[in-house]
Every structure is written in structure tokens, then in C-alpha cells.
Design a protein around this ligand. Structure first.
Ligand code: PMP
Length: 289
């Protein structure tokens, strides 16, 4: 597979479609030096972007939390995404929308930098190679920072530094991904997905008070409640791990991915995980039918 910058097709870039290979930025770009960039990861099913509006709203909110304004409305971003996948002829694909500060000012201060927006899309299968078998997680060597040390509700590029380090540590040790604790030592999430546990037919998931309240997470909670499953959003501590029977990750890329091990502790993807995987996949198909 060619490198991501060397493909056919189109990228929506500041309001226009440009050939994929020409969608470039200069080395003197504030975002590259100071991580003044926010992004979205989304999926389209059957040619329609799932929860497009929620993702466009979050992109604008993420930028706002970093102190800059996305110069396109939610409607304009939604339209750009829809046109992009249509132009590429994609039915089922992944989309990356991003907004970043440009080159007018190259120091810590960035208020005079123009804001750019781009959207790319590519055809992509499962996030984890062994998704259906269940993934194996290690405990991450890094923790989610406290809310007063990072803009934790922003899907900001800079916050992924510790995710990449944690994911690499996990992969180097033979695991699929890492589960991150938060700054207090409570269970937080994966490196690119939220986490859920099941005990006695009840769903438990950490309160998103220092990490993203994922769009997939919210969707799964709604689906669970609709089928009468009790959901407890609460602080979850590492010593509780052994009391849970099932575990899964949720995210736009990961969708609903069963977890079969966390650092030596085994979980058996069971009926509830299967039901939620099924309900999520039915919803993505139905929403776009
Ligand atoms: N946490 C992190 C760190 C993520 O990168 C993601 C993926 N965006 C999520 C949670 C899940 O968010 P969503 O369901 O909105 O994709």
C-alpha cells in the first residue's frame, strides 16, 4: 500500500478539492511545531458519514478549546465530507477532518495565524487486525493528564503524544493496545478508544472527566439503555478489574472491539458484548439505509 501522501483521489483543502498528492503544508507551520491542530476520525457506512454532525461540532469545539475558530460552519463541513466521499466513490471508508494554525506567526503566541481545514478519506477495514478474536491490552506507561493540565475535552493532536508512546510500548511488548490510567490512577481509556466493562449484566464505564466522551461511547450507552441494560458511569479502580467478566473498546475507528486480556487478566467476550457489537453494526447500517 502506498504511503498516505502518495495516493490517487482528492483532499478537501480550505474549501476546494485538490489532488491528493498536492494537499501539502509548509515546514514552517505552527501546528507542526506547537501541536496547534485538532482532528476527527470518522467512518462512513454505505456512503453516509456516521454521526457526521456530531463530529463536525466536536471539531469546532476542539478548536475553540485551543483558542481558535474553524472558519467553516458545521453544515459546510458536513457537506464537504459528503461531497468528498461521493467524489471518491467510497461507500465504506474512514475520514480524517482536521483544523490547524498556519504560518503567519511562528512562536508560542499564535493569534495571527490563519486557520486551515482539510478533510481526507480512505478505504479502511478493522482498526485491530484480530478484532473479532478480542484484543490484548497492556497497562500504559503514561497516564491521562489532569483536566487542569491539558484541554482534555479537545480532540487535540498534542494529546496524542502519550497515546502514541503508550501504543508503541504495548506493541513492542506484544500487545495490541494499551489501557491508560488517569492522573489519579483510575482506569481511563485505550489510546484511541473508550473502555467498557461488564459485571452481572451491568455495563460499567469510567466517567469521562479527563478524556474524550467519545461519540461511539455515547452511542453504545444509548443502545444499551434502549435494550434495558443498566449503565454505570463511575470511577473505576484497577483492583476491580478481576471482578469484570467482559470488556470492550469503543471508537469511530475501533467501533465495538472485544478485549480478551488486560495485562494477564483474561476476559471472555460474551453475550452482552456480542449484542452491543451487533446493535452498533445494525445502527450504522440502518442510519445510512
Ligand atoms: N479516546 C481517544 C483517545 C480517542 O482517540 C478516541 C477516538 N476519537 C476515542 C476516545 C473515542 O471517540 P469516538 O467514539 O468519538 O471516536
Amino acid at each position: 500500500m502506498a504511503s498516505f501522501d502518495d495516493r490517487d483521489g482528492w483532499v478537501w483543502f480550505d474549501g476546494e478539492f485538490v489532488p491528493h498528492r498536492d494537499a501539502k503544508v509548509h515546514v514552517l507551520t505552527h501546528a507542526l511545531h506547537y501541536a496547534s491542530c485538532v482532528f476527527e476520525g470518522e467512518r462512513a457506512y454505505g456512503g453516509v458519514v456516521f454521526k457526521s454532525r456530531e463530529h463536525s461540532e466536536r471539531l469546532r469545539m476542539s478548536a475553540h478549546l485551543l483558542g481558535f475558530k474553524v472558519p467553516y460552519s458545521v453544515e459546510e463541513i458536513d457537506r464537504a465530507k459528503a461531497e468528498l466521499i461521493k467524489k471518491q466513490g467510497f461507500e465504506n471508508c474512514y475520514l480524517r477532518a482536521l483544523a490547524w494554525r498556519g504560518s503567519e506567526q511562528m512562536g508560542v503566541a499564535a493569534k495571527r495565524d490563519d486557520v486551515h481545514v482539510a478533510i481526507a478519506a480512505w478505504e479502511w477495514g478493522d482498526y485491530f487486525a484480530d478484532k473479532m478474536k478480542g484484543v490484548r491490552l497492556m497497562i500504559a506507561p503514561w497516564r491521562r493528564p489532569a483536566p487542569d493540565t491539558s484541554p482534555c475535552n479537545s480532540k487535540a493532536a498534542g494529546l496524542y503524544m502519550i497515546c502514541t508512546l503508550s501504543r508503541h510500548a504495548a506493541n513492542d511488548a506484544g500487545f495490541d493496545d494499551a489501557m491508560m490510567f488517569d492522573w489519579r490512577g483510575q482506569i481511563a481509556e485505550g489510546t484511541g478508544a473508550n473502555i467498557f466493562f461488564i459485571k452481572d449484566g451491568v455495563l460499567h464505564t469510567p466517567t469521562p472527566d479527563c478524556f474524550l466522551n467519545g461519540i461511539t461511547r455515547q452511542t453504545v450507552i444509548t443502545l444499551a439503555k434502549k435494550s434495558g441494560i443498566e449503565v454505570k458511569e463511575r470511577a473505576i479502580f484497577p483492583n476491580e478489574l478481576q471482578t469484570f467478566s467482559e470488556c470492550f473498546l469503543t471508537g469511530s475507528a475501533a467501533e465495538v472491539t472485544p478485549v480478551r486480556e488486560i495485562a494477564g487478566l483474561q476476559f471472555k467476550p460474551g453475550a452482552l458484548t456480542e449484542q452491543l457489537m451487533h446493535d452498533f453494526s445494525a445502527l450504522t447500517r440502518r442510519t445510512n439505509a
